[in-house]
Design a protein around this ligand. Structure first.
Ligand code: G3I
Ligand code: 9MR
Ligand code: ZN
Length: 540
């Protein structure tokens, strides 16, 4: 199927929970559509689509077939008047459990510095990688043994800022939805006592601790080879020299924020580890106080891997202050938070790796600590306004999501899941079925209710992406890609050669290619998976 043809259908290929809204997207003017029992072919229900909308993001007309009234469990497909059929999907009470587990298990597959054994990795097993201590770039020869952590993405770099975002999403998911993490993944560390999500995050947190300079408290920005390895090089075969790039304020702010958060979350499970996280957070904070200016971060001259640059560090500082206050209750952090909150130079509701302000706002609003009522009210009102805006865009969108056409950028699926996350936080703090329902439409989009007609997650859905820009998936000799990986998704920027050549005439939401070469549309990263884990945690 491809959605450019009249009457083509797109659904969440995983399916729908019995009592949720269920809407099939049908291209063109729509009309009569049928819900068919997949095994017998019997039509169990039929209806008419709601009038079509001209979808700005995908450049096509989309009509919507609402079959919410049908709640009986089973496996179905939708057929349109034009004789098209959707992929099969289920209606059931528990639909997203397997996906939730796979999205979380993906972090294990991103692990660096240890063998991935067959027992846990199945056919995607591989030997330990990147164990040589890294040279500190631009200094008298000195090495730091920052082994471990997660590879960032389809490449094997390890970067503090996006690593912190990924952990923050997972810890926040655990704080908001502990019951979603009761089952075992399992992991090598599984002990039936501490939830696996915390074992997995600890693997990254320990790497983050190694990235902190013991003397100054500052965090080194990243650890990578000078250049990206070839596209099918397995991690253990990537043996070029590793380099640590200089300390940055954004990395240090992120380290302070995520360590303060970890100190809180791990206290009931492992007080000693929690204490080391708190110490790291405090030292990072002290570094930030000694370095109030922001010179930014640029890749050193010979380093050509991901930059993760950022125009400013106020949002990271705001987040760090919020988490330190929430965890310690100390007035000085509250005061610092209030100071940053008074600045309008950064967005307080974004959850991207460059824009961490939303985490500060969420932390302050969820905190049990005493707050400044006016400030809390102002932040809550802002959250409500943002959630209302997202819901309003979603109502106009053919596929029911909150991205405006210009938001189909590199990693647009991160925005899709970040927006859903924000809607769910708004639902939690303000109580609104509209927000929850809107968030779920974002899930439907991720798993197939989109103009491309594919599930953007490897191994999940009837037609998942098959060729992500992910070196292990390319190099391991296993046909199926590593499962549970969220693709970056449509990117109108077309920053790779494949996209420039093949996607030139595509609309924003259709600027996607399921090919390995298209790293600007089809790479995978830890911080595209992490907000998806948060969102699915609400629906399991
Ligand atoms: O923020 C601007 C926005 O204001 C503007 O309207 C829009 C229009 O293009 O662009 C936005 O900036 C984009 C930015 O991401 C937003 O986060 C840039 O165009 C885009 O080039 C940039 O892409 C980043 C990419 O690296 C290139 O730097 C991705 O976010 C980031 O996820 C990606 O990260 C890479 C690492 O470097 C290396 N490892 C893999 C990873 C994923 O591909
Ligand atoms: O594989 C790299 C991917 O992980 C990065 O996100 C991307 C952008 O920085 O770059 C990819 O590497 C490409 C390089 O930039 C240009 N030559 C082709 C490489 C892909 O094989
Ligand atoms: Zn590695």
């Amino acid at each position: 199927m491809h959605m450019e043809e009249q009457g083509s259908l797109a659904v969440n290929q995983l399916g729908y929970r019995s009592t949720d809204a269920k809407i099939a997207m049908i291209t063109g003017e729509g009309g009569r559509f049928r819900l068919v029992d997949h095994a017998s072919g019997a039509v169990v229900w039929q209806g008419d689509t709601i009038p079509a909308v001209d979808d700005q993001a995908s450049g096509i007309k989309v009509s919507r077939g609402d079959f919410s009234v049908w709640s009986q469990p089973g496996t179905y497909r939708i057929e349109s008047g034009e004789g098209h059929s959707s992929y099969p999907f289920v209606i059931s009470d528990a639909v997203y459990e397997e996906a939730h587990q796979a999205l979380l298990k993906a972090f294990y597959f991103f692990r660096c510095g240890m063998e991935l054994e067959e027992k846990y990795a199945g056919p995607w097993k591989h030997a330990a990688c990147h164990l040589t201590p890294a040279l500190v770039y631009g200094e008298e020869p000195r090495r730091i043994d920052a082994w471990g952590g997660w590879h960032d993405a389809g490449d094997y770099g390890k970067y503090v800022v996006p690593g912190a975002k990924a952990v923050a999403d997972l810890l926040l998911a655990y704080e908001c939805y502990p019951q979603a993490f009761e089952g075992a993944l399992p992991l090598p560390e599984s002990d039936g006592v501490m939830p696996d999500v915390l074992h997995e995050c600890r693997y990254e947190l320990e790497w983050l601790l190694r990235m902190q300079d013991g003397e100054s408290g500052g965090a080194y920005h990243k650890l990578t080879t000078l250049q990206f390895p070839g596209p099918d090089v397995m991690p253990e075969a990537d043996t070029a020299e590793l380099y640590i790039s200089p300390i940055s304020a954004t990395a240090t702010g992120c380290l302070a924020g995520v360590m303060a958060m970890a100190a809180r979350v791990y206290t009931p499970h492992d007080a000693a580890f929690a204490a080391s996280c708190l110490k790291a957070a405090e030292q990072a904070w002290a570094w930030l106080e000694r370095h109030p200016e922001y010179p930014g971060f640029r890749n050193p001259a010979e380093v050509f891997t991901g930059e993760y640059g950022d125009e400013q560090d106020l949002d990271e500082r705001y987040w760090a202050a919020a988490e330190l206050y929430r965890t310690t209750g100390e007035a000085r952090y509250h005061e610092a938070f209030r100071g940053f909150a008074g600045q309008n130079a950064f967005d307080k509701y974004e959850l991207g790796w460059a824009d961490m302000g939303g985490y500060g706002t969420i932390s302050y609003l969820l905190s049990e600590r005493e707050n400044e009522p006016q400030l809390a009210a102002r932040l809550l009102a802002g959250l409500q306004q943002r959630a209302d805006e997202l819901a309003a865009v979603s109502r106009e969108d053919g596929f029911g999501i909150s991205l405006r056409p210009e938001q189909y950028i590199w990693g647009s699926n991160m925005l899709v899941m970040n927006h859903a996350m924000l809607l769910l936080i708004a639902d939690r703090l303000l109580g609104s079925q509209t927000y929850e329902r809107c968030a779920l439409e974002h899930v439907h989009y991720l798993f197939g209710a989109n103009v491309v007609g594919m599930s953007y997650v490897t191994g999940l859905g009837s037609r998942p992406i098959l060729h992500p820009h992910h070196r292990p998936s390319e190099g391991d000799g296993v046909e199926a890609p590593v499962p549970g990986l969220v693709s970056g998704g449509p990117n109108y920027g077309k920053q790779d050669e494949y996209a420039r050549e093949h996607l030139a005439d595509k609309a924003p939401a259709a600027s996607f290619a399921d090919v390995m070469e298209s790293y600007a549309t089809n790479e995978v990263t830890i911080y595209w998976n992490s907000p998806a884990v948060f969102v699915l945690s609400h629906f399991v």
